[in-house]
Design a protein around this ligand. Structure first.
Ligand SMILES: *Cc1c(COP(=O)(O)O)cnc(C)c1O
Length: 215
C-alpha cells in the first residue's frame, strides 16, 4: 500500500473509531529501505521516518531533504546516545533508568523528547519497563533534567489473535492514564505496526510505526 493510501485508510479507521484523524501520526518505519524507495513516500507528503540503526540513519540523513523528522524506534545503546539525540526528534524506545539518565546528562543544550518503552504484554523476549516497574520509577524519571517525557510506547505480541493484541494496547493506555498529570498529560501512545494498527487506532494510538505494509 503506498503512503497516500495508507494515510487514507488510517483516517477512515480513526473516524470509524470516533477519533480525530489529525491526532494520529504515521511514522514510516524505513529500516532496511533505501532512500530511493523512501522518496516515493516523501513525494506523497511523508516527513516522519523511523529508524533503528545508526550507520543507516547517518547515510540517509546525508541523502534526504532536511525537512524530514527522524524518530528512533529501536533499542538504544548508551554509547550511541549523543549521535541519536543530535539527529532524531523523538526517541520512542527509552527502556531503562540508566538510559534515561544518560540521555538526560547529554541533553543540556536542548531537552530531548522521549517515550518510555513498556513491555505491556509481559513476554520474556520483549524490551521495556514492566508496567509496575515504570510506575515505581516514574517520580525518579520525571525528576531528571532535560527530558521532555511525551508518553509511552509498546509492541504487541506477534499473533493473528486480536485479543492479546488489544489487551496489550489497552494496558499501555491505562498505564498512561495512571501516570498522566495536569502538568504532563503524556499525550503520545506509540503503538500499532503493520500487523495490528487497526486495533491500535481503536485503543488510542497517536503514533503508528508501520514498515512492511508500506513498502
Ligand atoms: C520494524 C519495527 C516496526 C515496523 O514493523 P512492521 O511490522 O514492518 O510494520 C515498528 N516498531 C519497531 C520498534 C520496529 O522495530
Amino acid at each position: 500500500m503506498n503512503y497516500s493510501a495508507l494515510k487514507q485508510e488510517i483516517a477512515d479507521l480513526a473516524i470509524k473509531a470516533g477519533r480525530d484523524p489529525a491526532e494520529i501520526a504515521l511514522v514510516a518505519v524505513s529500516k532496511g529501505i533505501s532512500w530511493h524507495r523512501m522518496e516515493q513516500a516523501y513525494s506523497q507528503g511523508c516527513r516522519l521516518f523511523g529508524e533503528n540503526r545508526l550507520p543507516e540513519l547517518d547515510g540517509k540523513i546525508q541523502e534526504a531533504p532536511s525537512d524530514i523528522q527522524w524518530h528512533w524506534i529501536g533499542h538504544l545503546q548508551k554509547n550511541k546516545v549523543s549521535k541519536v539525540i543530535a539527529s532524531c526528534s523523538l526517541i520512542h524506545s527509552v527502556d531503562s533508568l540508566d538510559l534515561a539518565c544518560k540521555i538526560s546528562t547529554l541533553s543540556s543544550e536542548r531537552p530531548t523528547r522521549i517515550l518510555f518503552e513498556v513491555n505491556a504484554s509481559g513476554e520474556a523476549t520483549k524490551q521495556g519497563f514492566a508496567p509496575a516497574e515504570l510506575q515505581k520509577l516514574f517520580p525518579e524519571l520525571q525528576a531528571l533534567p532535560n527530558l521532555q517525557i511525551e508518553g509511552l510506547m509498546t509492541m504487541a505480541p506477534f499473533t493473528k489473535d486480536p485479543l492479546p493484541i488489544r489487551k496489550t494496547f489497552a494496558t499501555l493506555r491505562q498505564l498512561r492514564d495512571k501516570l498522566a498529570t495536569p502538568d504532563n498529560p503524556l499525550p503520545h501512545l506509540s503503538m500499532g505496526m503493520s500487523n495490528d494498527y487497526p486495533i491500535a487506532i481503536e485503543e488510542g494510538a497517536t503514533l503508528l510505526r508501520i514498515g512492511t505494509a508500506l513498502w
